[in-house]
Design a protein around this ligand. Structure first.
Ligand code: MRU
Length: 351
């Protein structure tokens, strides 16, 4: 059983508050778009796919409990609320991708002469499908990714992998992307060990990935971010597996801060580096990584630990939440639900 970070029951949304994990398991209600924006912005829910699912379901929850007098009113509300949700966090593209599909979907229904109630119903079902589809997509990424990792390993051997940030059940509808590949390796009996970085400053690795690994009995070890190079030299890592917040058309990839340095170190050690990401994270409108907006977060995330200041008073800070890994360092490939591609363009497999 994977952890359920997003609960959608009777058209009501609750999410597991990831700021409290792993010490407390508390669900909070998300009743409207304003709540959705706030839980995404505060990172009570995080991870690119989960951001778009919670954003859309917050809209569905609001629509389900409102009354509307005309189709035009519903359509302009949907469009306005989606635009607002996109502003909650700038780097992950998935919410924007969803907004770009859902806005014209609602508009078309109005043009077809559907009533306010019919449009509300269709929009809610569309958002519910996002949640359902994400699990299916993740399982496909897991299968393709596991096969791609194993293609680098001699038959009969098990894989030792390193992952960064949290890309599991807490970052998606369930199963996960890079962590889904880890799960698929385990299911195939081919996982020897997974190392996870602590992922400063929000500690997605030590708080969330470690929590998932322990909860599911996966063989895992936590390392400091600064131990990755030593790990590759001393433990013989077979693959690095990370997720993505936005992949540009040339495969440059924005992901959690620290991903780029892992890719550099992996290249030095000849370790294949994989980006595991649903196709909804691929942004064909941006030609390269330099165009991807990088979110900068509060200095408090660096200076304080669990509410206590640890950094020297007066020190300046720089806290980008993401970095860009250039395509040429993605040596294992970009794994989506339908293909694995090794940049610049060689498609390894397609389903
Ligand atoms: O700041 P976060 O925790 O939202 O960052 C998450 C990541 O960088 C993940 O690797 C990415 O969203 C992929 S999640 C399947």
């Amino acid at each position: 059983m994977t952890l359920e970070a997003i609960k959608w029951r009777d058209r009501k949304l609750t999410i597991l508050d990831q700021l409290l994990l792993p010490m407390k398991k508390e669900y909070i209600d998300v009743t409207c778009v304003e709540d959705g924006w706030a839980v995404i912005n505060k990172m009570q829910v995080r991870g690119a796919p989960a951001i778009s699912i919670v954003g859309c379901l917050s809209l569905a929850a609001e629509l389900a409990h409102g009354t509307y007098s005309s189709a035009s009113e519903v359509v302009s509300l949907v469009s306005k609320k989606l635009k607002y949700l996109v502003t909650a966090r700038p780097t992950a593209v998935n919410m924007e991708t969803a907004a770009k599909k859902l806005t014209p979907f609602a508009e078309n229904l109005k043009n077809e002469g559907k009533s306010a109630e019919e449009i509300v119903e269709a929009v809610i079902v569309w958002c519910e499908k996002l949640l359902e589809d994400d699990v299916v997509i993740n399982v496909k990424i897991g299968k393709l990714g596991a096969a791609a990792v194993l293609s680098h390993i001699s038959e009969g051997r098990k894989a030792r992998v390193l992952t960064h940030c949290n890309t599991g059940s807490l970052a998606t509808a369930s199963y996960g992307t890079a962590l889904g590949v880890v799960r698929a390796l385990q299911e195939a009996g081919r996982l020897e060990h997974v190392y996870c970085t602590e992922t400063r400053p929000y500690n997605q690795g030590s708080r969330l990935t470690a929590f998932e690994l322990v909860a599911e009995g996966l063989p895992g070890t936590l390392i400091c971010d600064s131990a990755a190079a030593a790990l590759m030299r001393e433990k013989g890592i077979d693959a690095v597996l990370v997720g993505a917040d936005r992949v540009a058309a040339n495969w440059d990839t924005a992901n959690k801060i620290g991903t780029y340095q892992l890719a550099v170190v992996a290249k030095h050690h000849g370790v294949p580096f994989f980006v595991c990401s649903p196709s909804t994270s691929i942004d064909q409108t941006l030609s390269g990584g330099a165009d991807i907006p990088i979110e900068e977060r509060s200095h408090k995330e660096i200076t304080d630990v669990a509410g206590t200041r640890i950094a020297a008073p007066g020190i300046a800070c720089w806290n980008p939440a993401f970095d860009i890994t250039p395509a040429e360092l993605i040596t294992g490939g970009v794994v989506t639900e339908t293909y694995v591609v090794i940049p610049p363009s060689a498609t390894l497999s397609k389903v």
